[in-house]
Ligand binder design. Structure first.
Ligand code: UDP
Ligand code: MG
Length: 317
C-alpha cells in the first residue's frame, strides 16, 4: 500500500519563510512520490493561526495555484497546539497518515521517509526525536532539555527531546478527538493513547528566516501548562511543606514554653518577625499554586472551543 500523507504546518507570522518552506516541501513531495513512498494524492496543509502579517495571503495564493496545498484559516490566534489540532481534525479520515511539523522546517524533513517506513511496518505513532541540538543556542538547549527532565521527574509521559514532529495514523487521530481538554498538551497526550509506536532520530536545524514565535515567556507558559495538565505533584509538595512546617512549629512551641517557664527572657521580636514573614510567604505561595489548579479547572469546565475555523480548502473523501 502506498500511503496518502497529510503534512500539517501551523503558521503564525511566517511570511518571511513560507515561500522557502513551500518550495522545499514541493520538491520533497515530488521525490517521495516518484520513489513510490507516498501516494500522489498526498497533501500539505498550512494552518494560519491568526497571523498579523501576509501569511494568509500567501497560503491562499498557494492553494489556488497548487492543488496539493490545503489552507485552514483560524479566526484569530489560538496558539501552536490548537492550530495543529485544527489542521489535523479538519481533514480527519481523509488520509492514511498525518505528520505535524513546524513551518520553519527546523525539524529535518529527511526524517520523514524513515517515519513512513516505520508506519508501513505497522507503527501507529512515530516520534521524531532530536538527538543533535548543536545548532540550538546554549540557552534553548538548556531550557528545553531541563524541561524534559523535569517532566519525566514529575512522571508526565513525554518522550525525551520529542516535540511536535511526529507521524500519527488515522486511528490515533480518531482517538485523539476524544481527549476533550481545552488546554491540550499534545506531546503529553499522544503517549497515553497507546498503540504501536516507534522513534526516528534527527538533527534539529537552524531557523532560516523570520524569528522564533516562542520567546521565553511563552516557553515558560507552555512548560507550566504541561506540568499542571499532567501532574498534581506541585500540590503534593505544598502539602509536604505544610506538614513539615507544622511539625517545626510544634517543636518551636515546646521551646517557647520552655523558655517562658524557665524564666529565660528573650526580646523575641526578631524571631517573631522572621517566622511571620516566612510563613506568610509560604502560605501565599501555596494558595497561589492551588489557585493555578482551580483556574485550570475553571477553564476546563467552561469547555470553550479550542479553536475556530474561519475557512478552509474543501476536500472530498
Ligand atoms: N506557531 C503558531 N502559533 C503561535 C506560535 C507559533 O502556530 O501562537 C507556530 C509557528 O508558526 C511555527 C511553530 O508554531 O510553525 C513553532 O514556532 P517557532 O518555530 O517560532 O518556535 P521554536 O522552534 O523557536 O521553538
Ligand atoms: Mg522553530
Amino acid at each position: 500500500m502506498i500511503p496518502k500523507l497529510l503534512l500539517v504546518l501551523p503558521c503564525y507570522n511566517e511570511e518571511a519563510i513560507l515561500h522557502l518552506t513551500d518550495a522545499k516541501l514541493n520538491t520533497f513531495y515530488d521525490e517521495l512520490i516518484s520513489q513510490g513512498l507516498i501516494s500522489a494524492e498526498s497533501k500539505i496543509c498550512y494552518v494560519n493561526d491568526g497571523s498579523r502579517d501576509a501569511t494568509w495571503n500567501i497560503i491562499d495564493r498557494l492553494t489556488k495555484s497548487n492543488s496539493r496545498i490545503l489552507g485552514v484559516k483560524l479566526s484569530k490566534n489560538f496558539g501552536h497546539q490548537n492550530a495543529l489540532l485544527a489542521g489535523l481534525f479538519e481533514y480527519k479520515g481523509l488520509f492514511d497518515c498525518y505528520i505535524s511539523i513546524d513551518a520553519d522546517l527546523q525539524d529535518d524533513i529527511y526524517a520523514i521517509p524513515p517515519m513512513i517506513e516505520k508506519f508501513k511496518e505497522g507503527a501507529s505513532i512515530v516520534y521524531g526525536v532530536r538527538d543533535d541540538r548543536s545548532t540550538d543556542t546554549f540557552f534553548k538547549k538548556f531550557t528545553a532539555e531541563s524541561f524534559y527532565k523535569v517532566m519525566q521527574w514529575l512522571k508526565v509521559p513525554v518522550v525525551f527531546n520529542h516535540a511536535d514532529f511526529r507521524l500519527i495514523d488515522n486511528r490515533v487521530l480518531t482517538e485523539l478527538e476524544h481527549y476533550r481538554e481545552v488546554n491540550m498538551f499534545i506531546r503529553g497526550i499522544i503517549p497515553t493513547i497507546g498503540f504501536k509506536n516507534d522513534k526516528v532520530f534527527y538533527k534539529r536545524l537552524e531557523r532560516e528566516a523570520g524569528e522564533t514565535k516562542y520567546p521565553l515567556k511563552k516557553m515558560l507558559t507552555f512548560a507550566w501548562n504541561g506540568v499542571t495538565s499532567f501532574s498534581t505533584m506541585p500540590m503534593r509538595f505544598v502539602l509536604y511543606f505544610g506538614a513539615f512546617s507544622f511539625v517545626l512549629s510544634l517543636l518551636l512551641a515546646v521551646y517557647v514554653l520552655y523558655t517562658k517557664f524557665a524564666g529565660v527572657t528573650t526580646s523575641g521580636w526578631a524571631s517573631t518577625l522572621l517566622m511571620m514573614a516566612f510563613f506568610n510567604g509560604s502560605n501565599m505561595m501555596a494558595i497561589g499554586l492551588i489557585g493555578e489548579y482551580v483556574g485550570k479547572i475553571y477553564e476546563e469546565v467552561k469547555a470553550r472551543p479550542r479553536y475556530i475555523v474561519e475557512k478552509s480548502t474543501p476536500l472530498e473523501a
